[in-house]
Structure formats: C-alpha cells, structure tokens
Design a protein around this ligand. Structure first.
Ligand SMILES: Cc1cc2nc3c(=O)[nH]c(=O)nc-3n(C[C@H](O)[C@H](O)[C@H](O)COP(=O)(O)O)c2cc1C
Length: 240
C-alpha cells in the first residue's frame, strides 16, 4: 500500500479503536415525548421519503466514508448491501485515490453492483483549490461516472487537513471553486463538513451559490479532526 492507502486504512482503524466522538451530541438535546395512546397500527407506518427525486425506504443516508485501499472494497460492499436492502442513500469516501491509481476504482465502483436509490460521489474541498476550475470539472465527472452518482458532495475538510500530518490546508479560493463547480456540473452539488459543523454564516454564504444542499450531519457524532489527531499520534507525528 502507498501512503494514501495506508492513511485510509488508519482512518477506519482509529474510528473503530478510539473515542472520536464530539464532546456534545445534539441528539441529546432532543427529548421525544412518549405517546402512550398511539392509536395507530405500526405496520401502516411508512418511513419512505423522496430526496433528489429518488425514493428512499427511510430518511437515512449512509455518510461518505471510505474507498481507496484494498480492504475498503469489502466495507463499501457491505454498506451497499445494507443500502440496497433498506433502500437508503449511500456515499463513498473521497475518490481522489482512484483518480490517481486506476486499480483502486473498484473499491468505490463496487457499489454499482447494488440497487441503491441515491448515490453520492465525494471529494475534499481542498482538492478543488489544487485542481483549478477545468480539472475540477473533469475530475468531478470522472468520480460521478465511477459510481453512477446522482449527487456530488464537496466536503469542507480544512480543519481535518490542518490536523492531518500531510494535510493540504490552502483554503484560498475555495468558495469560488465551489460556486463555479455548482454552475458547471449537471449533477447536483451538496456541501458537507466532517466533525465541526457548518455555521449559519457559512451556510448563508453557500446558499448564494447554485449548490443543491448542505449536509449538516457532520456536527455531533464522529469528528474527523479527532481521527486525524489520533492518527498523527499513531504515526508519531511530533508537530501535531
Ligand atoms: C472512517 C471514516 C472516513 C471518512 N471519510 C470521509 C471522506 O472521505 N469524505 C467525507 O466527506 N467524509 C468522510 N467522513 C466523515 C463522515 O462522512 C461524517 O461526516 C462524519 O463521520 C460524521 O458523521 P457520523 O457522526 O454519523 O459519523 C469519514 C468518517 C469516517 C468515520
């Protein structure tokens, strides 16, 4: 495995072994009031919903997580089996590795073998800055085709890139890069984050572009910056 493949493997290992959960989980703020008199037959409850004009069995999306090293194929395949069974949306992790190494494509494209109603392609926003407008559009289309994606996700990954020993932390020009991509791409673009959230101000700014949505699932739950923190320790990176 090369460095990128090792990193992907380490992300999964750290997520399994360490406590990488945010200090506050916002679900804890919600108390569901129990209805002891429901007057409903459970078998008539329909959880299905529509997102991006696709019918989902339940309002659940499997977040963008992995791909790009040999073991990830099995992980994505297992997630795809669940997505097919319950008709859920599913994302794959950043597809950059497959753009750089052709033989890694199948670690993502394996999900094409399953009947998944809504698929999300994925790239870190820092990559858009590095590629520039034309290359971004060309690569985005490649990533979409790789998994027959219905939606293209750009992950605002700068916090984790700063913590990551080999991170790419130049965010200058990222807003314009996202704005341009959303204008140029035929596939809808969604912006997400991975652990520290998207503030009101950032959401408001993004809403002025042609993006089709903001995924706020990144706040609470797993913090990717925490994953990078433990990974830096694991590989003995003294600066982090
Ligand atoms: C092992 C692992 C790898 C991840 N890789 C990516 C990724 O490549 N791209 C991305 O946008 N988010 C990635 N994420 C972040 C998730 O998509 C999600 O935003 C985050 O885990 C918060 O959701 P959760 O609390 O349900 O875990 C990854 C998360 C984990 C645990």
């Amino acid at each position: 495995m090369n460095k990128t493949e090792n990193r992907k493997d380490e992300h999964v290992q750290v997520a399994i072994e360490k406590d990488v959960s945010s200090d506050h989980n916002y679900w804890d703020d919600i108390k569901l009031v129990h209805n002891a008199l429901p007057e409903i037959d459970k078998k008539n409850i329909d959880l299905s919903t529509k997102l991006f004009n696709k019918k989902l069995g339940a309002p659940i999306i499997i977040a963008s997580m992995t791909g790009g090293y040999s073991k990830a194929k099995k992980i994505n395949e297992n997630l795809a089996i669940a997505a097919e069974k319950y008709q859920l949306g599913m994302g794959v992790g950043s597809q950059r590795a497959a753009l750089e190494k052709n033989e890694l494509k199948e670690t993502y494209s394996v999900i094409k073998n399953y009947d998944i109603p809504l698929r999300f392609a994925n790239i870190g926003a820092s990559q858009l800055v590095i590629w520039g407008v034309e290359k971004t559009l060309e690569n985005a289309q490649k990533m979409i085709d790789m998994i027959n994606a219905d939606v293209f996700i750009v992950c605002l990954n700068f916090l984790q890139e700063v913590v990551m020993p080999e991170g790419e932390s130049n965010a200058k020009g990222v807003y314009n890069a996202i704005k341009q991509l959303a204008e140029d791409l035929d596939t809808p673009v969604v912006v997400k984050e991975s652990g520290a959230g998207i503030s009101y101000d950032v959401a408001k700014k993004l809403s002025k572009t042609k993006i089709s949505g903001i995924d706020v699932g990144g706040l609470g739950g797993t913090s990717f910056s925490a994953i990078e923190h433990y990974r830096a320790q694991m590989i003995n990176d003294k600066l982090h």
